[in-house]
Design a protein around this ligand. Sequence first.
Ligand SMILES: Cc1cc2nc3c(=O)[nH]c(=O)nc-3n(C[C@H](O)[C@H](O)[C@H](O)COP(=O)(O)O)c2cc1C
Length: 149
Amino acid sequence: MEKPMNVCVLVGSLRKASLNGMLANALMSLAPSSMKLETVEIGQLPFFNQDLETESTPAQWTAFRQRVKAADAVLFVTPEYNRSVPAALKNALDVGSRPYGSSVWDRKPGAIASGLRCQSSSEAVARVSERADHAAARSLCRPCRQALR
Ligand SMILES: Cc1cc2nc3c(=O)[nH]c(=O)nc-3n(C[C@H](O)[C@H](O)[C@H](O)COP(=O)(O)O)c2cc1C
């Protein structure tokens, strides 16, 4: 049997009862056997600070970068915060994008999903997509919110 595609899942909400966390869990349980989806935690990542990009780079950054780099693809599952990307997810995107020239998002296939209670998450999806595109991930699909309801 072929090795399953290794997909890391980044959830933009840190709260325990997160709807996006539930959506991520549902997607993980529904994944076909050809895909292995695993959550990669982002809440423990220290805020990106270029001063820390030294020989004593935070261990959490290194572990996160290695984990994403090893994945075949990345799935972002995120709410919208104030018409944009939640800070924790933006921080993870920043951490993964450095050092310059070694971005873990480089040529990484990506997809974005958003579970929400009300209104729209269109801005969050657009902003994650922009940031990921800028950091060189290729967004393969951007599910519309109707499809996720
Ligand atoms: C700080 C904050 C900002 C929010 N901003 C938006 C927003 O701009 N647009 C929107 O549709 N919902 C917004 N919401 C509502 C969230 O999308 C909603 O609470 C969602 O369920 C949060 O995701 P979670 O359940 O995965 O934690 C905001 C919620 C919070 C806490």
